[in-house]
Write a protein that binds this ligand. Structure first.
Ligand code: NAP
Length: 323
């Protein structure tokens, strides 16, 4: 009898969760055109990045698909051009696991583009094991955070020059499970993959808050987003148990990639959030972030640690608002 009650209890919980998720589904209602605007979407060849790039291309924007694999990127670009009729969609090579690649990408962008209206830091990985990058950084941490840190700060001058511009950082609810311990943040074998992922997404949220503070009054806004739980390639490299857990959560969340991209698109285009900065969004609404965003020392320490690790301490002068 006890066992039967337990099964009923679990089924009720699943039913209520699924119902509440279905009710909370939203879409970006904004019809703002993006003609004349330049947008960078990292990791735009698949999943949420692909859907975001397609939507922004439909709005007439010049979309730069910043991807690591030329073959996959060109196939995705051709698909977007065919579906939207917008030939202003281009591919530029960017491997977030290489700081040299990030620098080359920024050189390329700043030599071809006169403006940058929206930077969408979407590229991400989960389950890279204990791999280190050529820069000696844990791969998951570099792709999901340290690479974003360098890329964003190097693009800040162009964003500032454009006037009103936006940065959208794709994070995750898993940032609530993140921990930052500077002794272990870049150590092999210390954290399970899932926790390294959470740590990287926590860093992204703290970076968002601090960058927003530094850019206040410059016309550049920066916000973070949790897109929901959506079946994409994100766990392709994860272990079987993690993939099984993720698939179950995807089933409960029952959200597809188009729905998942809505909050990212909203932050990139909607007039209502033109001046909103330093916030975290879910389902096109501002949401709660971890209490760690109130820890000024942690945020400053992370910023200083990141500057040192990516080897660019002069970035301080670039991001401080000079109005
Ligand atoms: N799906 C979810 O439930 C969920 C939930 C919360 C947050 N997110 C976040 O949403 C973002 C998009 O993920 P997704 O779910 O759409 O997964 P996805 O389909 O796997 O897309 C990830 C994208 O990032 C690219 N990427 C990976 N490593 C890269 C590198 N070193 N340099 C440049 N690009 C790289 C991938 O390129 P390749 O195709 O070449 O691998 C792909 O285009 C990620 O930041 C993820 O953490 C997803």
């Amino acid at each position: 009898m006890g066992g039967e009650l337990f099964v009923v209890f679990v089924l009720v919980i699943i039913f209520v969760t699924k119902l509440s998720v279905l009710i909370s589904k939203t879409s970006c209602k904004s019809k703002v055109p993006m003609r004349g605007k330049v947008i960078i979407v990292t990791g735009a060849n698949s999943g949420l990045g692909f859907e975001t790039a397609k939507d922004l291309a439909k709005r007439g924007g010049r979309v730069i698909m910043a991807c690591r694999n030329e073959h996959r990127a060109l196939a995705a670009r051709d698909l977007i051009i065919a579906e939207t009729g917008n030939s202003g969609v281009v591919y530029k090579h960017l491997d977030m696991s290489s700081l040299a690649s990030v620098r080359r990408f920024v050189e390329d962008v700043t030599s071809t583009e006169k403006r940058l209206d929206v930077l969408i830091n979407n590229a991400g990985v989960n389950g890279c094991g204990d791999r280190f990058t050529e820069d000696g950084i844990v791969e998951e941490m570099q792709v999901n955070y340290f690479g974003i840190f360098l890329l964003t700060l190097l693009l800040v001058p162009l964003l500032k020059k454009t006037g009103e511009s936006r940065i959208v950082n794709v994070s995750s609810t898993l940032h609530f499970f993140g921990r930052i311990n500077f002794e272990h943040i870049n150590k092999k074998g210390y954290y399970l993959d899932m926790f390294t992922y959470s740590n990287s997404k926590l860093c992204t949220v703290l970076f968002t808050v601090e960058l927003a503070r530094k850019l206040k009054g410059s016309g550049v806004t920066v916000n973070a987003v949790h897109p929901g739980i959506i079946m994409t390639n994100i766990t392709a490299a994860s272990c079987a148990l993690e993939r099984l857990l993720f698939s179950s959560l995807c089933w409960i969340s029952s959200r597809n990639v188009v729905e998942g991209a809505q909050t990212i698109i909203y932050l990139a285009v909607a007039k209502e959030v033109a001046t909103t900065t330093g916030k975290y969004f879910i389902d096109c609404k501002e949401s709660y972030m971890t209490r760690k965003t109130k820890n000024k020392k942690l945020i400053t320490d992370l910023w200083n640690y990141s500057e040192k690790l990516v080897g660019y301490e002069e970035l301080k002068d670039q991001v401080t608002c000079q109005t």
